[in-house]
Design a protein around this ligand. Structure first.
Ligand code: PLP
Length: 468
């Protein structure tokens, strides 16, 4: 499988190189040159498979030519064996034909484990084969950091540095990062906000001199391997509920458009999906596009669902690419004008065509808490605020009551106790494997909001705690 850039100018790469590259050299994002397509019979024959075997069938074409079947199978078995529920992604019924797919049984209790547990193992596989090491540098406002650290903690060939804003992430989220011990794990609390952290990561990718020739790898959702891993659970859900013989609708709590883009790809690969609901919080740039063809940048509004607090959605460019007949030159033009003006809209026919599949809703904090309370009252399922946004949007936007509607349950409620409290409910208990989280020792370095300080720190510790 070869991968091409959404801006049409970077060279095509194979899977291994895309995994290690992150952003394309022309500023675009990598997508498969040709999407694999499965027949209904093929998909139907996967019913009843364990999750890791289904994952192998769905992802095999994407990695073809880069990793052997036997190695890939072993990696997938190990990856999804680390989840705390034997079905990996269990479905819970809320109402007639209405379901939540619980994607929070991985080590850090959020769906990001599905991709980052796999990403860490794949990185280690390829780097070991090449005899190389890599430095991962990422910024987090919460979930990504812990999932990335958990995903890479056992990687021999990787040192991981995660920046978070000092005193601005929740206690559970911070401890999920800082209590993981390892001489290749480095938590840095920046005396600044999340944007400062992100800016430093961006600037470090742009000018890598401080790395003394070492490779820098991105773990945010622009990395293709993360999208790829998320396609699998759409197939998993559909196969549990009578697919592919009947079609499904999904509602997806959305920030950077990564998780829902995976659903869009699942549909293009042959899975009958009749509707995708983009569920956002007050940070609703995607809802403004889907409802009115206006992708206009706004200011950031902090919400009770912080993992979706974004101003622009990095993966939206991948959808734009398809919307424009995969014409990289057109996408480049659109993105460059968006960078200057902060505004983007597409031709009417392209937008109308997109809306045949996608609906959307922006849900405020009040409706989020009301949904948490209502679903708990009606079926005893305690939702986290992101998932509650998905359920609320599913109920408002649903096109057909006879099509199963599945909301992606993106995080465990214990990670977001403030929203649960505001819904008038008792805070949930930490699951068994994290029960002693508040007794574990923390490891974190506080650094000033300065790019030179961060880069010096990375250079001084980037080789299993030793200088690069
Ligand atoms: C990251 C995250 C999201 C948003 O996912 P995207 O792929 O960025 O759209 C939603 N909910 C939770 C809990 C998350 O951690």
């Amino acid at each position: 499988m070869r991968y091409i850039s959404t801006r049409g100018q970077a060279p095509a790469l194979n899977f291994e190189d895309v995994l290690l590259a992150g952003l394309a050299s022309d500023g675009g994002l990598y997508v498969p040159e040709n999407l694999p397509r499965f027949t209904q019979e093929e998909i139907a024959s996967w019913a009843g498979l364990p999750y890791h075997e289904l994952a192998f069938n769905v992802m095999r074409p994407f990695v073809a030519g880069s990793i052997s079947d036997a190695d890939f199978k072993a990696i997938l078995k190990d990856t999804y064996g680390a989840f705390a529920h034997s079905s990996v992604a269990p479905l819970r019924q809320l109402d007639a034909n209405e379901w939540v797919m619980e994607l929070f049984h991985g080590p850090t209790l959020a769906f990001k484990d599905f991709a980052l547990q796999l990403l860490g193992r794949l990185l280690d596989h390829f780097l070991t084969k090449r005899g190389e090491r890599a430095v991962i540098l990422g910024a987090t406002s919460g979930d990504t950091g812990s999932a990335a650290i958990e995903g890479c903690r056992r990687c021999e060939s990787v040192d991981i540095f995660i920046l978070h804003p000092h005193n601005r992430v929740s206690d559970v989220q911070r401890r999920q990062m800082t209590t993981i011990a390892g001489d290749n794990i480095h938590n840095i609390a920046i005396e600044g906000n999340f944007d400062d952290c992100q800016e430093m990561v961006k600037n470090s990718f742009a000018d890598q001199g401080f790395l003394k020739g070492n490779r820098l790898v991105a773990v945010n959702s622009i990395n293709w391997a993360r999208i790829m891993a998320q396609i699998v659970y759409y197939f998993h859900a559909a196969l549990q509920l009578g697919g592919p013989q009947r079609s499904m609708a999904f509602s997806v709590p959305t920030g950077n458009f990564g998780d829902i883009f995976a659903g869009y790809l699942a549909r293009n690969m042959g899975l009958p999906i009749s509707q995708l609901v983009v569920a956002t919080n007050r940070n609703d740039i995607l809802h403004r596009f889907m409802s009115g063809n206006r992708y206009d940048k706004d200011t950031l509004h902090p919400s009770l669902s912080p993992s979706m607090d974004i101003m622009v959605s990095s993966n939206f460019e991948r959808l734009l690419f398809d919307m424009h007949g995969r014409n990289g030159a057109l996408v480049k033009e659109l993105m460059e004008s968006f960078k200057q003006t902060g505004k983007l809209s597409v031709e009417d026919e392209r937008w109308t065509e997109t809306r045949r599949l996608f609906d959307s809703l922006a849900v405020d904090d009040e409706a989020t808490c009301a949904t948490i309370a209502e679903v708990y009252r009606d079926c005893g399922e305690l939702l986290d605020p992101h998932t509650a946004i998905g359920v609320h949007a599913a109920r408002e936007c649903r096109r057909s009551m006879s099509t199963p509607m599945i909301t992606l349950g993106t995080a465990h409620p214990v990670k977001f106790p403030e929203a649960v409290r505001k819904a008038g409910l008792d805070e949930p208990q930490l699951p068994a494997h994290l029960a002693d989280l508040f007794e574990r020792a923390e490891r974190c370095t506080v650094l000033p909001n300065s790019l030179t300080d961060i880069q010096q720190f990375v250079a001084a510790h980037g080789n299993r705690g030793k200088p690069l």
